[in-house]
Every structure is written in structure tokens, then in C-alpha cells.
Design a binder for this molecule. Structure first.
Ligand code: SF4
Ligand code: SF4
Length: 375
């Protein structure tokens, strides 16, 4: 299970192309000619490339060029948010991905508009009937192209999490209700992954996102890598370690290991695995579990809107899976209904939905930082 880390200092098209090509060679990925290739970037929401929330268009362009050289039929597919006006189509436009698809005259497919494949997976742990866009299964090869980011709910988002975007919009929202907590939600991510298992994964880790990612509240962080692997969880284990996590504290990694979808002992890293510590998101999981139990529901992190930034667009209200937000005229959150999924925070396009810990949460965080010297 090879994982290649190739240095890449900027988004200059030629630099990125050479880095992606080297990474693909390093992992001995053989490109078959004339096949149907689907690129799945991470276009979470309507963000410009310089916000570094979405996979940079130059990375997508490099992948297109390489597969077109082998005369493959390339297409791009994504399902981002349905709750923003213009939805996935507008997100693809703002992210710069549409311009790249136009340049190479390749189909840009909004996965929301395609039929859904109903899957029965007895081996799934939570999501036994995944509903995944059928386009994924029509392709001969899925190239998963995630962005390296921190994540307020699941701490880290990379190759396995990126496949959540193969589930059409409204269903994604409902899954947050089915699985409120980080552990259960990440089991769903692994349930989805094991039904797709993209054969090639190429991560944009040139500039990642630290702090309260994965949306516009995160902070761009120069990292300087293209990371590739045939195995998505192997890539995630390496990438999460690079940004300063213990990979086993990332539940998608842990569950993929438990389900034998990856064997850490078999990972062979090619390249320079430099640690570039990312600021971690505010997250209850930073507190030791025994302390959480002890203080029961008091150590919580809740969203709140920042009036100075808020334009009262209502996206947070529309995306909330449990209807906990109303606009009057600014968002008001019903804390009793809130399940702490952080969808509102993740999807606010104006960084106007922030998160804050309760006084007990903040006290515990300070204690933990002092005792364990964590960030
Ligand atoms: S908090 Fe963000 S998403 Fe919600 S209404 Fe304000 S600007 Fe819109
Ligand atoms: S208010 Fe925000 S964090 Fe709470 S349930 Fe709604 S979307 Fe999730």
C-alpha cells in the first residue's frame, strides 16, 4: 500500500501537473487507455479557490490532462450543497472547476441530477442501505481528489470523507440525524467508502485548511504536498499524521483498520513525510472521554451567529437537519433541538456562524492543554 508525498510549492499549472504525474508513478498506478474516468473533487460549497475550502482547479486540471493523454473519457462529478441558491452548479462555477471542464470540453455532472443506486450492504455498520449516485458505478475508474482540511465534527477530512459528496443533497442532511455523534457518523462514512473504494486517490495538500474547517471558517495553511495512494484510508492515515494528529484518533482511520480496509503495517511512504502541525478545530473530542462522561451534557460546543458578518441569507436555517434555526431576522438557535452536527457552521458562506464551547467545555480544554500540552 504505497502512499506518495510529492513536494509542490504552488498552484502553478505545470508544477502541479508534474507533481501529480510523479505521485501516480510513485504508487505504480497503471493508467489503462480509453476508459471512462470520473473525477470526484471536494466542492463542499460555493467558495473561490483562494479560500482553500475546495479542491484547487489546477489539481483537477492536472488529473484531466494525464488521463486525456491516455485517451480516456474523463468527466467530473460532485454533489455539494442544495441549500445554497444555485446549488452544486454554482459551487462548481465559483470553485473554478467549471472553467477547467470547459477548457478541456469534458462533462461536468451535478450528481444531484443523476439516478440513485440503492445498495444493500449487510457488512455496513450503520448505513446498510446506502444511496449513492449511479454515475459512480458507471465509470471504469473513480479518481478521488480530496482537499486536506480539519473538520469541526470529525476532526479531519480527506479521501474517505470526500466520498460523502457522492450522496445526493437531502439524503446527506438526513444522515446527520441518523448519526448525531462523531463515532456513528464516521461509521457511515466508512459504510459509504466500502461501497465505492476508489482505485486512485490524489489529495490537494498544497494549501490545506486548519482550525475550524472544513468551510469558510477554516484558515488556509501552506503545506506544499500532493499526496496519492491507491488506498484512500492509507492516504488518510499518512495525511492526518502530517497535520499533527494521532491517526488512530481519527475515527474513519480507526474503523477502516478494524474493518480490514487498510493495514497500517503495510503502508509504504514514498517521499518526505514532514509534520506540519495544523491548528485543530474546536471539538468535544479533544476532551478525554472520562471527563466528558463525568460532566455529562455540560461540555458542549454550540453554534452562534456573528451579526456583523451575517447577511441573513438563511442557508444555515435551510441546512439544519433538525430545524433548530429560525431567522428573526438573524439566526436564532434552539439549543434543545441542536444535535451539534455543525452543518450550519460548515455551510455558512460568510464565516458568520461560529462555534463556542460552554464554560465547562472551555475549562476542560484549558486543563487538557496544560496537562497534555495539546493545541
Ligand atoms: S449565519 Fe451565515 S448562513 Fe446563516 S443567515 Fe447568516 S450569513 Fe446566512
Ligand atoms: S443548529 Fe447547526 S449544529 Fe445545531 S443541529 Fe442545526 S445545523 Fe447542526
Amino acid at each position: 500500500m504505497k502512499v506518495s508525498i510529492v513536494g509542490c510549492s504552488s498552484y502553478d499549472n505545470e508544477l502541479v501537473y508534474n507533481a501529480v504525474k510523479k505521485a501516480i508513478n510513485d504508487i505504480d498506478f497503471e493508467i489503462k487507455p480509453n476508459i471512462k474516468v470520473l473525477i470526484k473533487p471536494n466542492v463542499l460549497s460555493q467558495n473561490t479557490p483562494d479560500q482553500h475550502v475546495t479542491t484547487h482547479p489546477s489539481v483537477v486540471e492536472a488529473i484531466i490532462r494525464i488521463f486525456k493523454e491516455h485517451k480516456c473519457k474523463v468527466m467530473i462529478g460532485e454533489s455539494s450543497g442544495f441549500y445554497q441558491e444555485g446549488g452544486t452548479n454554482k459551487a462548481l462555477e465559483i470553485s473554478g472547476i467549471k472553467a477547467v471542464s470547459d477548457k478541456y470540453n469534458i462533462p461536468l455532472i451535478n450528481l444531484e441530477t443523476k439516478p440513485i443506486k440503492d445498495i444493500n450492504d449487510e457488512n455496513a455498520v450503520v448505513y446498510k442501505n446506502p444511496k449513492i449516485s449511479s454515475l459512480i458505478f458507471d465509470a471504469d475508474l473513480v479518481v478521488n481528489a480530496p482537499k486536506l482540511k480539519t473538520h469541526t465534527l470529525v476532526k479531519y477530512t480527506g479521501a474517505v470523507k470526500n466520498l460523502y459528496g457522492t450522496i445526493p443533497g437531502g439524503i446527506k442532511q438526513k444522515l446527520h440525524v441518523l448519526a448525531e455523534k462523531e463515532e456513528k457518523f464516521t461509521q457511515i462514512l466508512v459504510d459509504i467508502y466500502q461501497n465505492i473504494k476508489p482505485q486512485l486517490n490524489i489529495m490537494d495538500a498544497i494549501i490545506g485548511l486548519e482550525g475550524n474547517g472544513p468551510g469558510s471558517s477554516g484558515i488556509p495553511k501552506k503545506t506544499g504536498f500532493i499526496i496519492a495512494s491507491k488506498n484512500a484510508p492509507a492516504l488518510d492515515i499518512v495525511a492526518s499524521e502530517i497535520i499533527g494528529y494521532d491517526p488512530l484518533n481519527i475515527f474513519t482511520n480507526k474503523y477502516c483498520i478494524e474493518r480490514k480496509l487498510v493495514n497500517p503495517a503495510e503502508i509504504e511512504v514514498i517521499g518526505d513525510k514532514r509534520i506540519i502541525n495544523y491548528k485543530k478545530p474546536i471539538n468535544v473530542s479533544k476532551i478525554p472521554p472520562w471527563l466528558i462522561k463525568w460532566v455529562s451534557g455540560l461540555a458542549i460546543v454550540t453554534p452562534y451567529s456573528i451579526k456583523k458578518k451575517c447577511i441573513k441569507c438563511g442557508i444555515c436555517r435551510d441546512v439544519c437537519p433538525v430545524g433548530a434555526i429560525k431567522l428573526a431576522p438573524y439566526p436564532i438557535i434552539d439549543k434543545k433541538k441542536c444535535i451539534s452536527c455543525y452543518c450550519c457552521h460548515e455551510n455558512c458562506p460568510h464565516s458568520a456562524m461560529n462555534l463556542k464551547g460552554s464554560p465547562i467545555f472551555e475549562a476542560l480544554r484549558t486543563i487538557k492543554q496544560t496537562l497534555f500540552k495539546t493545541r
